[in-house]
Design a protein around this ligand. Structure first.
Ligand code: HEM
Length: 157
C-alpha cells in the first residue's frame, strides 16, 4: 500500500526555492517566451539583395525595396535615398547635384523627403528623379503613397 506523506515530510523532501531564485527563473522564462515570437527568417541580410537594378528602367518601377535594404546603400559609391516612398540610386548624380554632394550624402540610406521638399526644388528637379528610380517601399512602410497617407500637392508623378 502507498505510504501517505505528512506535511512536514513533504517539505523536507522538496524544499521550496528561496524567493530570489524564483525571480531569476521567471526572468529566463519570460525571455525565452519573448524569443519564441521572434522569427529569425525575418532578419534581412545584404546577400538576399544581390541583383542590381538599372536606375530608371521599367523593372525599377515594379520593384519593392524595404527601408532595411535602402539602409545598406549609404556610401558615396553606392548611395540610395527615399523620396515620397520611392527609392532612388543617386550614386552617379552626387557630383552633378547643383546643391552639392555633401548635402545629399547626409541622407544616404535614409528618407530624404522632407529635405528634398524643404530645399524648394523646382518641377524640373522632381522630374529629374525619374532617371534614378530603382523601386518603391512596401505598402506598410510608406508615408505618402498609401490610402490615408500624408498628402503633398507636389509629389512627383
Ligand atoms: C535625390 C535627388 C535630388 C535631385 C534629383 C536634386 C536635384 C536638384 C536640382 C535640379 C537642383 C537645382 C535647382 C532646382 O532645379 O530645383 C537642386 C538644388 C538644390 N538641392 Fe537638390 N536634388 C536632390 C536631392 C537633394 C537633397 C536630399 C537635398 C538636401 C537638402 C538637396 C538640396 C539642394 C539645395 C540646397 C539646392 C539649391 C542649390 C543652390 O541653389 O545653390 N537636394 N537639386
Amino acid at each position: 500500500m502507498a505510504k501517505v506523506q505528512t506535511h512536514s515530510e513533504m517539505s523536507l523532501a522538496a524544499p521550496m526555492p528561496v524567493s530570489q531564485d524564483t525571480e531569476d527563473i521567471d526572468l529566463v522564462a519570460l525571455t525565452m517566451a519573448a524569443l519564441r515570437f521572434v522569427n529569425p527568417w525575418s532578419v534581412e541580410t545584404k546577400s538576399q539583395w544581390s541583383d542590381r537594378i538599372v536606375p530608371g528602367t521599367p523593372e525599377a518601377k515594379d520593384r519593392t525595396i524595404t527601408l532595411a535594404e535602402v539602409a545598406y546603400h549609404d556610401t558615396p559609391n553606392d548611395c540610395w535615398v527615399v523620396i515620397y516612398d520611392r527609392v532612388y540610386d543617386i550614386s552617379t548624380f552626387l557630383d552633378e547635384h547643383p546643391g552639392g554632394a555633401e548635402i545629399m550624402l547626409e541622407y544616404a540610406g535614409r528618407d530624404a523627403s522632407t529635405a528634398f521638399r524643404g530645399s524648394g526644388h523646382s518641377r524640373m528637379a522632381s522630374k529629374a528623379l525619374e532617371r534614378f528610380l530603382v523601386g518603391e517601399l512596401p505598402m506598410p512602410e510608406r508615408m505618402y503613397r498609401r490610402p490615408g497617407g500624408i498628402r503633398l500637392s507636389d509629389i512627383p508623378e
